[in-house]
Design a protein around this ligand. Structure first.
Ligand code: C5P
Ligand code: C5P
Ligand code: C5P
Length: 451
């Protein structure tokens, strides 16, 4: 059944590929528009690499999300082919009216039309075929499917980097991601091995552990003092590097860490041919994520395009800054906690640094047992007279009926805002003056969702 659905998705992706090829054959510059997060940057990397390899040209722009303003700007452009990654499914009709033809390679659930009656575009989205776009495939994966007929197996690694970026990995990959992983490992592009998943093996251990967020280790991730105290307690020198430990000490440490989170010793996916900083797919995704959070999308894209040296070292620097701000953010939520309502909990900030990482802090707050997993976390970041919202919850809550994408979309629309996303992670923007009304409505909507 699922394989059949995947087959339909692949057919649709092939149609997109045919359209792309027609334009490349006519030397048209492809206008790529993608999302500015790790998955969006990976997706742009996939399509731009494929276009280059085919001898074509592209003009790429990364945006936080598609809106009327961006679409107005694009509607004045005279490109013959627009290629949307990680966005567009909510604007099929609008995109159908652009001057050129279009491909939409998206994985969000919001859909204004399936696109079947739009002659000038090909709409590729797993939700159109009853597949799950939240867990089973990311935008970089969907984009990979659109270039797969051109024999781009070496791009399977990047296709999975986006899936890690969107946190689709949980005890393995499922669905389309699993199919892509199979292709990647069978061709040797990606290899797997079991290993301890700490942020670094060459930094002092207490830092390496406190900087480990994927997976999150409760009581240790984000907390340098507790990390140090933990190492002292088990009798390992906190300043030593993991690589300098004796083998039995490595085993001893691993044993203790897996007690706190079994996922800390798990499968690691690597691209053996990649630069060491990017070899581990999850690290690669973290670097792109940090580029996104730092608003240096170009650096992220350069990394994906192989314009290396300086871009990689910049990316690594962004990651280090990003981890420092996570440590400060975690300390903030540990101190302040969340404001709880009956069905949801809120985190509010006006702090410039925190605003950039609120979505991540919401996820980490749950993973680190700082916030209750029983209520979705809704973060509120004040931006002058607007509030930017990020919602995060758990798989268990979505299984109990919670769908944050629909909740935030509906609530935001009621107060002159806009929102959407996935069941487990979503966002919105609303006028600041409606904040209290919005908070109450989200609480009400979620109360009707939980069964
Ligand atoms: O825009 P997009 O779909 O790419 O973003 C999805 C967001 O959802 C990412 O920020 C990702 O980290 C988040 N997510 C999450 N937990 C999950 C799945 C996704 O926080 N289990
Ligand atoms: O846009 P992106 O998905 O990269 O945003 C990641 C997180 O950063 C969001 O979940 C949001 O909490 C936060 N953010 C913000 N204000 C911005 C940009 C990002 O609050 N202007
Ligand atoms: O911004 P943040 O990372 O919290 O977004 C989480 C998810 O919600 C992403 O998939 C994003 O594309 C989606 N979103 C949306 N509409 C908004 C804000 C976020 O569809 N206005």
């Amino acid at each position: 059944m699922t394989l059949k659905k995947q087959h339909y998705l692949l057919n649709r992706a092939e149609e997109a590929c045919t359209l792309l090829k027609e334009h490349l054959d006519q030397d048209h510059v492809v206008r790529v528009i993608s999302h500015n997060d790790a998955d969006g940057i990976s997706a742009a990397g996939v399509i731009c690499n494929a276009i280059s390899q085919e001898g074509g040209k592209f003009h790429v722009t990364m945006v936080p999300r598609l809106n009327e303003e961006t679409l107005d700007r694009l509607s004045r452009e005279k490109y013959k082919l627009f290629f949307f990654c990680d966005m567009g499914s909510g604007y099929v009709k609008r995109i159908g009216r652009l001057r050129g033809q279009a491909v939409i390679a998206d994985h969000h659930q919001t859909m204004d039309s399936n696109g079947d009656d739009e002659e000038s575009l090909v709409h590729v989205n797993p939700h159109l075929f009853g597949l799950d776009g939240t867990r089973d495939v990311s935008a970089s994966g969907v984009t990979y499917l659109t270039v797969k007929p051109l024999e781009k197996v070496e791009l399977t690694g990047l296709a999975l980097v986006g899936a890690f970026g969107d946190m689709q990995y949980a005890d393995g990959f499922t669905g389309v991601n699993q199919t892509i992983l199979k292709e990647a490992t069978e061709s040797g592009v990606v290899t797997e091995h079991e290993d301890l998943k700490i942020s670094s093996k060459d930094d002092p251990l207490y830092k390496a552990l406190a900087h480990t967020f994927k997976p999150a280790i409760p009581g240790i991730s984000g907390n340098l003092e507790k990390s140090q105290a933990f190492l002292e307690k088990i009798g390992i020198s906190y300043g030593i590097k993991f690589t300098d430990l004796a083998n039995e000490e490595k085993d001893f440490l691993t044993e203790h860490l897996t007690k706190m989170n079994p996922k800390v010793f798990d499968t690691v996916y690597s691209m053996p041919k990649e630069d060491p900083a990017l070899r581990n797919l999850e690290n690669y995704a973290e670097i792109l994520d940090a580029c996104g959070k730092n608003k240096n999308y170009a650096v992220g894209l350069s990394i994906c395009l192989g314009e290396r040296e300086s871009a990689i070292s910049q990316g690594v620097e962004f990651l280090s800054k990003y981890r420092d701000s996570l440590i400060r953010g975690i300390s903030w939520i540990s101190r302040e906690g969340a404001q709880e309502m009956d069905y949801v909990q809120y985190l509010y900030t006006e702090d410039k640094e925190n605003k950039k990482i609120m979505g991540t802090l919401a996820s980490l707050g749950i993973d680190l047992n700082i916030l209750t997993p029983e209520k979705p976390v809704i973060t509120l970041s004040r931006m002058h007279n607007l509030v930017k919202i990020s919602g995060r919850t758990t798989l268990e809550m979505t299984q109990r009926g919670v769908n944050l994408g629909f909740a935030l979309e509906q609530a935001a629309k009621s107060f002159n805002g806009a929102g959407g996303g996935h069941n487990i992670a979503a966002g919105a923007v609303v006028p600041y003056k409606e904040l209290e009304n919005f908070k109450n409505l989200v609480n009400d909507i979620v109360s009707t969702q939980v069964t």
